[in-house]
Design a protein around this ligand. Structure first.
Ligand code: GDP
Ligand code: ZN
Length: 294
């Protein structure tokens, strides 16, 4: 039986992308058999009724499942942080990175609005941060939708996977989506000059093909609380610490007050930026303060 990927769910229909074709499917069989509600992003096995219509028979196992937007099998998050307006904040960036990594989603850092950088000093600061995060192992791209800068460097990263945009409001997520996929802008331009909060009222999310990849048309990660992360797991969400932790004296080292800690040594000799470690410590405190949930 043919296999497809749900790219849109609307009014009881699931639109399954199978190669070049989109098949409009009903989900009857699945509700009966798997007792699962299909999600956008799901890989499914379906049955043809005719050229353009079918029935979903089975939802294949999910790799992960986001709540907002509701999408399954998200591979990566494009984490958009503006260089200015709002100002670049490493503590907020690190918070997003932890949340994304803890969902086993690969983050890509996109520093947006580079055209608004005012002087050399500001530019050097932003570039230094970009270098820091690259050294930690992250992909970093700098973009300006206003000057169409950096878009060509971002595009190839979207191929062959499901991506979702994330980041604070006002950083330029919608603007980037519009540049990557002009049809989307056309579709929404009759509602408003540009996509933004409120207008694109999202009862449903849609995956839009960009290159050979799929991108969610609705940005995600609204909750920024560390609800499902434990103290001992936190350092696994910091790739530069993850890499060092097997050199710590203690196997379960949390890199706080243990002796012979490779992470602390790396912070002391500048291999790991001090601000990253400080954020790590403050996140640890935050997780410890969390009331136990029964
Ligand atoms: P979102 O809330 O993250 O989706 O942000 P928007 O895409 O709605 O953008 C917020 C504001 O920033 C809008 O006024 C955009 O025109 C502006 N903006 C977005 N990208 C850029 C950029 O690259 N350069 C400049 N100067 N402004 C931008
Ligand atoms: Zn350690």
């Amino acid at each position: 039986m043919p296999k497809g990927k749900i790219i849109k769910a609307l009014s009881g229909f699931y639109y399954c992308l199978d190669g070049e074709r989109t098949i409009q499917c009903r989900g009857r069989g699945v509700f009966r058999k798997n007792k699962v509600t299909p999600l956008v992003g799901d890989e499914v096995i379906y049955d043809y009724e005719n050229e353009r219509e079918g029935t979903i028979q089975e939802v294949l196992d999910r790799k992960n499942e986001l709540v907002r937007p509701p999408i399954a099998n998200v591979d990566q998050a494009i984490l958009v942080f503006s260089a200015v307006e709002p100002d670049f904040s490493t503590v907020l960036l690190d918070r997003f990175l932890v949340l994304i990594e803890s969902n086993e989603i690969e983050p890509i850092i996109c520093i947006s609005k580079t055209d608004l950088i005012e002087d050399e000093k500001q530019k050097n600061e932003i570039f230094a941060y970009a270098d820091d995060y690259r050294r930690m192992g992250y992909e970093v791209r700098l973009t300006s939708t206003l000057e169409a800068d950096g878009i060509a460097e971002l595009l190839p990263l979207l191929n062959d996977r499901i991506s979702v945009f994330a980041g604070q409001s006002g950083v330029g997520k919608s603007s980037l989506l519009n540049v990557l996929r002009p049809e989307l802008a056309l579709k929404t331009s009759d509602i408003s000059a540009h996509l933004g909060r409120g207008k694109h009222t999202t009862r449903h999310v849609e995956l839009i093909p960009v290159g050979s990849g799929l991108v969610a048309d609705t940005p995600g990660f609204s909750s920024l609380e560390f609800m499902n992360i434990e103290v001992e797991d936190l350092s696994y969400c910091f790739p530069e610490m993850r890499e060092k932790s097997d050199q710590c004296k203690f196997r379960a080292c949390t890199h706080v007050s243990e002796p012979k800690c490779a992470v602390k040594t790396a912070v002391e000799n500048g291999e790991i930026p001090k601000y990253r470690y400080d954020h790590y410590l403050s996140f640890i405190e935050e997780i410890k303060d969390r009331k136990p949930r029964y």
